[in-house]
Design a protein around this ligand. Structure first.
Ligand code: NAP
Length: 329
């Protein structure tokens, strides 16, 4: 028979289990709440020529959002317009060009009027060149950082007044490689930067009713994971090395490096892009969007070695001690 001390222990365990279950149920219910006025909301998406951005625009258009799609090329914009309804509008946008960003913002300002902007999805990105760090030249870092890091920051800063007006949301596309530094080159650096920029931004602008979510896709079959350009870029990097550096690695290393890339991309890349766009849609339509969305089974693994709890505690601490701005909601 159980002693009174033993039954008290059991009682605590049952109470903890019930509380945990209740917390989970409340979380699931809260997570399922959806905003009501979708048809009146404007969402600006960058990098809509292909991949996640392209699919997201089509899906938001089907759901009734007023989609403003930034495309890098005229061809991409034409194809997207042909595949969607009359509510979707496109504009040419290069996120590495300040004047292009400003033009897009002025155009958006006219489109949204007094309503302001509900969503900004910073999706545009490039992955190449990726490879061993010593093989890179400074321009190889810059070319990726300009799009994936400075592009995200400049887009957000420029569109912030419209988002403030609309009490909207910023949805930044990072990556599992913004959690785990698996490749040399600018890509991982840029995605770690998107994570930290988004975390600071969230804390700093929550007073104005703006929410910031981060999307962390694993490996998906799109242009950024296409093997042919990855290999082409690796050959370019290899050919630009000085003979001393090339000798220090050797041809065998180079061949094996390429084989490993093939193996990883063939094994990991998931063709179902909707796993990512579902997360983006949730971030735009949920009453309580999540801070982070990890999309794909490989992205979930990145959570294991990471200490997320201290980041939450730091966030809570800073929000408690920092002053509130005059116009906070
Ligand atoms: N696929 C993955 O496994 C994966 C994993 C994690 C994160 N991501 C991230 O997901 C986002 C979307 O990538 P994706 O996989 O859908 O590949 P994608 O099809 O190549 O999409 C990237 C889009 O960004 C556009 N873009 C490139 N440079 C730009 C610039 N300077 N200004 C404006 N747009 C530009 C590209 O246009 P063009 O097609 O005309 O070049 C393309 O439409 C990226 O941020 C990427 O880093 C992808």
């Amino acid at each position: 028979m159980c002693s009174p001390v033993c039954s008290m222990e059991h009682l605590w365990m049952y109470a903890a289990a019930v509380l945990l279950l209740l917390w989970l149920l409340v979380w699931l219910w809260r997570d399922s709440l959806v905003i009501s006025d979708i048809g009146e909301n404007y969402v600006f998406v960058t990098g809509c020529d292909s991949g996640f951005g392209n699919l997201l625009c089509k899906r938001l258009d089907r759901r009734g959002f007023r989609v403003l799609a930034g495309c890098l090329t005229e061809k991409g914009a034409d194809n997207l317009r042909r595949a969607t309804g009359p509510k979707l509008k496109t504009i040419l946008l290069d996120v590495t060009d300040s004047s292009s960003i400003r033009r897009a913002m002025e155009w958006t300002k006219k489109e949204v009027g007094d309503r302001g902007l509900w969503g900004l999805v910073n999706n545009a990105g490039r992955s190449l060149p990726m490879g061993p760090t010593e093989w890179m030249r400074m321009e190889d870092f810059h070319s990726t950082l300009r799009v994936n890091m400075m592009g995200v920051i400049e887009m957000t800063m420029t569109f912030l007044p419209l988002l403030k007006k609309g009490r909207g949301r910023v949805v930044n596309v990072a990556s599992v490689l913004g959690r785990v530094a698996a490749n040399g080159g600018g890509y991982c650096i840029s995605k770690f930067a998107v994570e930290s920029f988004s975390d600071c931004l969230r804390r700093d602008i929550h007073y104005f009713g703006i929410k910031v979510s981060i999307i962390e896709p694993g490996f998906f079959k799109t242009a950024v994971t296409s093997l042919e350009p990855i290999e082409r870029e690796l050959h370019r990097l290899w050919n630009q090395l000085s003979p001393e550096v090339r000798d220090s690695y050797g041809e065998k290393y180079f061949d094996r490096y390429i084989k490993v890339q093939r193996l990883i991309m063939n094994m990991l890349c998931d063709p179902d892009l909707s796993k990512v766009t579902n997360c983006m849609e949730h971030a735009l339509t949920a009453q309580y969007p999540r801070t982070r969305y990890s999309a794909g089974w490989d992205a979930k693994f990145a959570w294991i070695p990471l200490s997320y709890a201290p980041a939450c505690l730091l966030d809570f601490f800073l929000r408690t001690v920092l002053p509130r701005p005059a116009q906070s909601v």
